[in-house]
Design a protein around this ligand. Structure first.
Ligand code: ADP
Ligand code: MG
Length: 728
């Protein structure tokens, strides 16, 4: 075996679980100990400051400079008490992941020494050098200036002795350069619109919050094996590798016990998450070997998303302490399941009511239907946008690619609710009225019944109603949930606004409120019908059917992004105050650029591995075979020799063919890549990468995977799937 592969396989197989020391205290003692939450605010801030800050957070008010100064002082004292020496504005640039710029607290004291100081000005505003973040031409990079400002709705936290302050990141001209700014705007729009509709039913509602519960899927790979796979290290996925004889057929991983090394990792991850106030709750094996999932209790969407991003970086750190690498890529291995990040999403009033929960009274049920049909309407009208919001060069392998569900957004509503929707569509309000009473018979079952119906069935739907929430399942494991949450919340806010407008107009004309609401629900249900699909989303027939229904069936990632610039999208986002057209244009540039760059890196790594790792091994083995044939000829007469070496000769020919094909394809790939790089726009470049470069990569991989089956195992240079995928 090649020495590096051999060494790494041995090293990985000898590893033992690394014990984790758990605190002696109970969880509630150390939970959120690294977070500047309300109890720490209360302890470290003067009473008036505390009250003004809480008021600003709860009522979404700006913070005055005087209060900010006082908060900064208290926050600094708390951080220093916890051992922090640096602070950073923590933000979400348009690359996936988070960014930080660390400064220490020290300032000159004017006497040749230093003091530790931190002012309100630094807390609420800071200027990181933004020149190297993708910003889609909003600003020229030489202008390298934008500012970050504290998002007071997300508490500061300490990680590795650094005080991290969650911030938005915008340009001097006010355009957002991050994910958080538009997310906050989208959440504001849904608060306003949903409150309007909720108040049609209950005047006591003042606010509506959006909730997110993500389920993070991931793979673990031993560090030594990871290091021996340059493709994993540089691109996050294997660019080659023949399927293992055993992979997920037996489904034994899903039901199996968690390996002890992995359990130790999970234990420490949970501990770290709890210290950071991330309410992680469930963990289990997933379907594919080495695949796992972690989910928290759901939280308000902005906080939940910060927690997801924070968790992804904590996962990387903790994994390394356990000699693992976390793979957050959507499809690290061909032939087995990929990883998603289901976004469980709901809306709730400040009175604690879930607006997607069927209620106990007819009014509550009508409200439930008003909100559910508005979601259907939004997903229907913006199905192309929602797909654009979740697609990326990496998630494309999980959606629309080989062995993946088609890239079509549809909604699963379940048996019970489908029947209700049918009845509404085909009845008048009079027909539904219970005789002699002023009530509607909507026939909506209670939550438990709906949940059984909806959670057991249909795992193939990208967007499913699951009893008291919607589950957006198409979101990718490595992505920032904000992209999906911005599109979804803004689109639903727009539908809800339309709903409220129409009801108010009808009522002004003398219609009864209940009738006006019913008519609106009926209109939305009718109009949105094409999005409703409870069948098998993986079937061929569905793709044809979806096309007939007029749903977005685009399969190319770069073209899916066009949905962001369609007039109806631009109108919706501007109406909701989430994006300007200029921002949308700039952000699409970034998306296309990221798409091309990811494929460019993959293509370079693949070319290098093919030429410098695989072909030399194949040639060496071919030469062993040739040597054998040559020697057979020396020993036996021509007839016998031909017979004996027939199989070897066949193998030599096959290997030569594969070698030649790989050389040709690599050459072709390099030339189409160079051509793609010269394209005049980011959009065209991304299209060229998708249309011309990606197919070459697939061909190269196919030939390499064939060679893997032919070439002597001893000299194959890279750890194989069977070695990467089974942690003992
Ligand atoms: P499953 O695997 O069946 O989808 P999990 O328990 O793994 O279920 O994950 C469900 C996720 O949905 C959790 O994060 C949970 O907190 C979240 N969730 C539950 N109820 C709601 C709700 N009303 N709104 C948003 N998220 C929710
Ligand atoms: Mg789920």
């Amino acid at each position: 075996m090649s020495s590096l592969r051999f060494k790494s396989v041995m090293e990985a197989s000898r590893r033992k679980a690394i014990p984790v020391e758990l605190p002696k205290e109970r969880v509630e003692k150390y939970y959120a100990c690294q977070v500047f939450n309300r109890s720490k605010m209360f302890e470290y801030l003067p009473k008036e400051t505390y009250e003004s800050l809480v008021d600003a957070i709860d009522n979404k008010k700006p913070l005055s400079r005087k209060v900010a100064d006082s908060v900064a002082e208290g926050m600094k004292r708390w951080a220093i008490d916890c051992g922090a020496r640096h602070y950073t504005h923590w933000f979400h640039p348009l690359t996936d992941g988070t960014a930080e710029k660390h400064d220490s607290f020290i300032e000159h004291d004017g006497k040749g020494g230093v003091v530790e100081s931190f002012t309100g000005k630094l807390l609420v505003q800071q200027e990181p050098d933004a020149s190297s973040f993708p910003n889609g031409g909003i600003r020229n990079t030489f202008e390298a200036r934008g500012y970050s400002a504290w998002d007071i709705s997300s508490p500061a936290f300490i990680i590795e002795n650094t005080l991290c302050i969650p911030t938005i990141f915008i340009s001097y001209t006010g355009e957002s350069l991050d994910y958080k700014t538009p997310l906050l705007k989208a959440l504001n729009s849904i608060d306003k619109a949903a409150t309007r509709v909720a108040r049609l039913f209950d005047k006591g509602v003042n606010h509506v919050d959006s909730f997110l519960g993500w389920e993070q899927e991931y793979f673990l790979v031993d560090e030594a094996l990871y290091a021996a796979r340059p493709d994993l290290a540089l691109t996050g996925r294997t660019l080659m590798g023949h399927e293992s004889a055993k992979n997920q057929q037996l489904e034994d991983h899903y039901f199996g016990s968690i390996p002890s090394r992995v359990e130790a990792f999970m234990l420490e991850l949970e501990l770290e998450a709890h210290k950071l106030g991330i309410p992680v709750k469930t963990r289990h094996n997933e379907v594919a070997p080495n695949q796992f999932e972690l989910a928290p209790i759901y939280e308000e969407t902005n906080l939940a998303n910060d927690h997801n991003l924070l968790l992804m970086s904590v996962m990387n750190e903790v994994a390394r302490r356990h000699n693992f690498r976390v793979l957050l890529h959507e499809k690290p291995f061909a032939g087995i399941n990929g990883s998603g990040k289901h976004n469980n999403w709901s809306l709730g009033t400040d009175k604690g009511d879930n607006l997607f929960s069927p209620g106990k009274t007819p009014e509550e049920n009508l409200r439930f239907l008003a909100f559910t049909s508005s979601v259907m309407n939004a997903v229907y009208r913006h199905n192309g946008l929602l797909k654009a919001a979740i697609i990326s060069a990496t998630n494309a392998h999980r959606l629309g690619g080989n062995e993946a569900p088609p890239a079509i957004i549809s909604m699963f509503m379940g048996n019970q609710l489908s029947k209700v929707l049918d009845r509404i569509e085909n009845s008048t309000i009079e027909e539904l009225r219970i005789s002699g009473k002023d009530e509607l018979n909507l026939n909506i079952a209670q939550v438990p019944e709906l949940r059984i119906d909806n959670t057991d069935r249909n795992r193939t739907s990208p967007f499913a109603f699951t009893g008291n929430r919607f589950e957006f399942r198409a979101v990718g494991s490595s992505s920032n949930c904000a992209a999906a949450m911005i599109a979804l919340n803004a689109a639903v806010a727009d539908s809800l606004d339309g709903f409220a407008d129409n009801v108010e107009a009808a009522v002004a004309k003398g219609e009864r409120v209940e009738t006006a609401i019913f008519n609106e629900i009926k209109r939305m249900v009718k109009e949105s019908k094409p999005i409703h699909f409870d069948g098998n989303g993986y079937s061929k027939e569905w793709q044809e059917e979806a096309r007939k229904r007029g749903l977005d069936v685009e399969t190319s990632g770069p073209l899916m992004y066009d949905a962001y610039l369609e007039p109806k999208t631009v109108e919706m986002f501007t109406r909701m105050g989430v994006f300007t057209e200029k921002e949308l244009e700039a952000r699409n540039e970034v998306k296309w650029e990221m798409y091309s760059k990811k494929l460019q890196i993959e293509s370079r790594v693949l070319g290098d591995l093919a030429i410098n790792h695989i072909l030399p091994a194949a040639t060496r083995y071919q030469s062993v075979l040739l040597d054998n044939v040559y020697k057979i000829k020396q020993v036996f007469d021509a007839d016998r020799a031909a017979k004996i070496s027939a199989q070897d000769i066949k193998a030599i020919e096959k290997i030569s063919e594969a070698i030649a094909a790989i050389k040709d394809e690599v050459e072709k790939m390099v030339s189409v890549r160079h051509k793609a790089n010269r394209m005049p726009s980011e959009r065209e470049k991304a299209i060229a990468y998708h249309d011309d470069v990606a197919p070459c990569m697939e061909q190269i991989r196919k030939n390499i995977d064939n060679l893997e089956l032919m070439v002597d195992n001893e000299i194959w240079p890279l750890p194989k799937y069977r070695e990467l995928l089974f942690i003992r």
